[in-house]
Ligand binder design. Structure first.
Ligand SMILES: *[C@@H]1O[C@H](CO)[C@@H](O)[C@H](O)[C@H]1NC(C)=O
Ligand SMILES: *[C@@H]1O[C@H](CO)[C@@H](O)[C@H](O)[C@H]1NC(C)=O
Ligand SMILES: *[C@@H]1O[C@H](CO)[C@@H](O)[C@H](O)[C@H]1NC(C)=O
Ligand SMILES: *[C@@H]1O[C@H](CO)[C@@H](O)[C@H](O)[C@H]1NC(C)=O
Ligand SMILES: *[C@@H]1O[C@H](CO)[C@@H](O)[C@H](O)[C@H]1NC(C)=O
Length: 466
């Protein structure tokens, strides 16, 4: 596949998907540098296939998050790709930048990979997981031939570089700023790849700042490291109207959520929700004091957040061997935390704001409902009575069975499959009525959707017709 056909293909996708005004934006597609690897892949035709597969996927992802990474294929030719835009680009500009830069990697093949730097975006491909690499032997700098020997300029550059080094690691890896010394200004931009945590970003940028300082008195310098990009200039080049503030949706897109501690426990999710009609009351309460609730929720959810790097390590970079399953909303991986706890991690592909709130609620519910006596297995093998605490004087085992079944209905993977609160209340009231069979809860296996199709029609739940 030639670079040309890739370009045309991408442009078509781009134009139809976003229909934006190409003449308006500035995606800063100025070419800075391309580096290609020296070792060759074993089977280059597979590699091309993987690459177009990955970039197809990334088109969407990069438009939403201005950042994407993915790997496909079998070693030794498994292909890993990471792409990112500078944060000051708009989503449309970022998609344009990616469309162009992604056409330049295939010209490195049959090398195992390469990196391309534009002023507005970056892409890298390799046959190994390089995602957390900060520095590499190919790292380099570009200093302009034009110089400004005034002391004020050097002072301003020095100042802007050290400010960026302080700021960027704490501001999601990005800083765009300028400093003025006696009327002479220097402009700077620093960007770490979003997969790096604060410390790695800091490492990368401190090396980059050292390189950039050695370019002075050049009026323009760019540092191209494995984990970050840094630039200073005597003229303004950033789109200052976008930089700086990060939307909640972006933050949440990068965070991967722990959906439960211990695989089996996860299946207990909704029992706690449905039992005692607690959740119904909760919903009413929610309406009455939404703000307070949100605050509390925010706090609780904090405890379930992990650094990306922690999850990356726990799952061996989300390796295939750790993958437990794939559903419509993302993939689930098994992982081990440094303290030995086994965890299940769901990698969600989300971005829209309204879904962030939904996900928080879901995490809250999951986080509070970890009942060690439960699994889906008991329901399947009709041994639900075994999960009842023996110390409780239970008169009506059948009712418990019923509540468990409703709980399982509430915890089906897709929110669309779950009964509404009104339906739940109906189910809890009408004792004689037969309940629909729940599909498997998340994380068991990929047959979930098939089970569902065979057993439960949401719009006409068999037990609830009037
Ligand atoms: C695109 O931008 C150009 C230049 O600003 C403008 O003249 C043109 O009307 C725009 N086209 C659309 C479809 O918005
Ligand atoms: C700069 O950012 C603003 C706000 O997002 C956007 O409307 C504008 O088109 C951008 N300008 C350029 C030149 O990219
Ligand atoms: C590359 O892999 C494909 C599919 O796995 C195979 O059909 C093809 O023969 C391989 N080519 C080489 C040169 O090994
Ligand atoms: C390419 O992507 C599709 C859909 O995302 C996936 O099903 C397929 O397995 C991928 N191909 C390879 C070679 O991984
Ligand atoms: C990458 O490709 C080279 C050359 O084919 C091979 O020697 C190396 O083992 C590959 N790396 C991985 C991690 O598979």
């Amino acid at each position: 596949m030639a670079a040309h056909s890739l370009l045309i293909f991408s442009l078509v996708i781009y134009a139809t998907a976003f229909s934006i005004n190409l003449s308006h934006a500035d995606p800063r597609t100025d070419y800075v540098m391309r580096m290609c690897g020296k070792v060759h892949v074993q089977n280059v035709s597979n590699y091309f296939k993987y690459y177009s597969n990955i970039t197809d996927y990334m088109q969407d992802e990069i438009y939403r998050n201005k950042f994407a990474f993915k790997d496909v294929g079998e070693p030794p030719d498994r292909l890993y790709v990471l792409a990112q835009c500078m944060d000051d680009l708009t989503n449309e500009e970022c998609a344009m930048c990616f469309t162009q830069i992604s056409t330049l990697i295939p010209s490195c093949f049959p090398s195992t990979g390469g990196r391309v730097y534009f002023d507005g975006c970056f892409i890298r491909a390799e046959n190994y997981s390089f995602y957390r690499e900060v520095l590499g032997p190919e790292d380099t700098k570009r200093c302009s031939g034009i110089v400004n020997k005034r002391q004020e300029f050097s002072v301003a550059v020095d100042e802007v570089l050290s400010q960026m080094l302080l700021k960027a690691p704490s501001f999601r890896g990005f800083a765009s700023m300028h400093e003025t010394s006696n009327g002479i200004s220097a402009y700077g931009m620093a960007s770490c790849w979003k997969i790096l945590d604060r410390d790695l970003c800091s490492n990368c940028l401190s090396e980059a700042v050292a390189s950039a300082l050695s370019c002075i008195p050049s009026t323009e310098a760019r540092v191209l490291n494995a984990g970050c990009f840094l630039r200073y200039s005597d003229t303004s080049f950033a789109n200052d109207s976008n930089g700086g503030d990060y939307s909640e949706e972006e933050v949440f897109s990068y965070v991967t959520y722990i959906m439960g501690v211990g695989l089996i426990c996860v299946f207990a999710i909704g029992i706690g929700v449905c039992v005692g009609k607690l959740s119904y009351r909760r919903k009413i309460r929610l309406k009455q004091s939404k703000e307070t609730e949100d605050l509390v929720l925010e706090e609780r959810v904090q405890y379930m957040q992990f650094k990306y790097a922690t999850l990356d390590t726990a799952t061996q970079s989300f390796s295939d061997s750790n993958r437990l399953g794939r559903g419509g909303f993302g993939e689930v991986f098994k992982g081990t935390l440094p303290d030995g706890r086994e965890i299940a991690i769901k990698r969600l592909y989300i971005s829209r704001k309204f879904r962030v709130q939904e996900i928080r609620y879901e995490m809250d519910i999951i986080g509070r409902a970890q009942h060690k006596n439960l699994a889906w297995k008991h329901f399947q093998s009709s041994t639900v009575q075994e999960i009842i605490d023996k110390s409780m004087a239970i008169e009506d085992a059948e009712e418990i069975q019923r509540v468990v079944q409703i709980g399982l209905l509430c915890t089906q993977e897709s929110p669309n499959l779950r009964p509404t609160m009104t339906e739940v209340v109906q189910m809890l009231r009408k004792e004689g009525v037969e309940l629909p069979s729940p599909s498997k809860p998340p994380f068991t296996d990929e047959l979930m959707e098939l089970n569902y199709l065979g057993s439960f029609d949401r719009h006409h739940p068999s037990g609830l017709s009037t």
